[in-house]
Design a protein around this ligand. Sequence first.
Ligand SMILES: O=C(O)CCC(=O)C(=O)O
Ligand SMILES: [Fe+2]
Length: 220
Amino acid sequence: MYKVLEVLTADEVARCREIAASAKFVHGRITNPHNTAKDNEQLHDPAVYNQSAQLLHQALMRSEDFRNFAFPTAIAPPLITRYNPSQHYGLHTDMAYIVLPGGTLRSDLSCTIFLSDPETYEGGALQVQLGDAAMSFKLPPGHAIVYPSDTFHQVEQVTSGERLVAITFIQSRVPDPFKRSLLYTLNEVAALEGLGMDPTNYSRLQLVQQQLLRIWGEKP
Ligand SMILES: O=C(O)CCC(=O)C(=O)O
Ligand SMILES: [Fe+2]
């Protein structure tokens, strides 16, 4: 399942662009030397990385739709990356485990938060494969796409302009995608209809949601 979310305010997009404009970037292969598919640049300066990661992490966690969809238990510090003309990221799937200073995260879901205006660069869509077809995402600034980390995906070559995004990886309390998707459907019903429902039936719905989470969710 794929989910498009609006996560950043216009001010937050502006702040991320400001940070990127003055920060030092390095080639993406520096942290991933064996990955020949990867041809992009990533934010390097640790202080600036912390600052932008905090802003982006808070914005994601503020989104009720994100929480309802992903059931996040850990989020890798979001990293600002950019693609200049001729750069791309070839077809790949993401690493299962990501080692972070605070522990290791299992990547169940991957996420790209778009920061550039789509009109300002050519190419650079994120393509996520779905069997023999591919879905293509080139979203407005502040919008995010969340997709399963085990799907083949690629960033098509940028032919003009600059593609600025932030990427992150999410560990979910519900690792099984089918169970997570069912729980998301219940969450949506509760979020959209909950206030209008008969209170006893709303309580029943909440019971089912919470009980399935107890059964299917990983223990804290
Ligand atoms: O830039 C993107 O949209 C995705 C990048 C990517 O696939 C990755 O960093 O693993
Ligand atoms: Fe990826």
